[in-house]
Write a protein that binds this ligand. Sequence first.
Ligand code: KG4
Ligand code: ZN
Length: 340
Amino acid sequence: MIVLAIETSCDETAAAVVRDGREILSSVVSSQIAIHAAYGGVVPEIASRRHLEAIVPVVNQALHDAGVAMAALEGVAVTRGPGLSGALLVGFSAAKAIATARNIPFVGVHHIEGHLFAPLLEQPVAFPFLALVVSGGHTHLYHVEGFGRYTTLGRTIDDAAGEAYDKCAKIMGMPYPGGAQIDRMAQNGNPDAIRLPRPLLRDGTCNFSFSGLKTAVLQHIQKHPVTVPGQDADDLCASFQEAVCHVLAAKTEAAILQTGAARLVVAGGVACNSGLRSRMKELCTKTGVELFIPHPSLCGDNAAMLAVPGDYYLSHGHVSSLSLDVTATWDMDRIKDTMS
Ligand code: KG4
Ligand code: ZN
């Protein structure tokens, strides 16, 4: 099946053409980051307007790159939620329009389902597996038994890991989104330079909390101002990264022990992080778990990842109705009940 996938949940307008939920024929991502950077974060109204401008050229580019005519498409998969409603509506309406015009089925997919299955675009991953999803909006541990069969083992009770990175970068006066810049600076810093808290490390759950860490960074800077670029700033970034990765690895280890998982998927934008990637490799070597982390180009928001669950649902008759609406919030544990 040749599926067109569309993603517009936040600040990336993305489209991809994927064959059989595995082979990427094209993947186009048009980022709005430069526009939102001036405001220090994503402005929902601006995001929607920018998606409207970009959606037709991005879809056309994806078809052109794939060498696939609109008439050859057999299904459309699109992010239904969670995300910014106005932004989601642009991609969702485009998907419905293409499906109606071509008389092909479309399915609304959970954005996090896309992240979860991104590694399957590179190699098969057998069920069940444990998944750590770390992005700007999510920090979740899931037990994944199959498509649509997810149990949440733990989640952040306040900020997501990516959000903590971006807020910490903002406090240090760096542009939005600062996650990748903190990662780069951390590589020149001393992770033991500043003692920062490890929130919820020993609470006996698989939950996370990152807002206290952000406050600790703010309090440190108020007492010891740092200059970017500079060794002090690099040390603070390295110490922050160490604290985040320590907690993410410890909670993932607890989830491995709890589930007896043999495989671990790490996905979402923060899975690009060099510290997290090496920490997860160490953890999996220690526990004998097989690790799957997608190439960085498949960790951040993209449309190809949505075609993996999209292809599965469409080829198993889970087609969405044209009356289905987007949803800003959407619980992964009850996904099958709320799909169509
Ligand atoms: O998955 P994603 O592209 O979008 C969401 O669904 O949120 O994740 C974006 C997040 C941002 O918070 C960004 O700062 C963070 O991923 N990020 C990183 C790195 N690259 C992107 N955080 C830490 N280290 C990185 N190398
Ligand atoms: Zn995402």
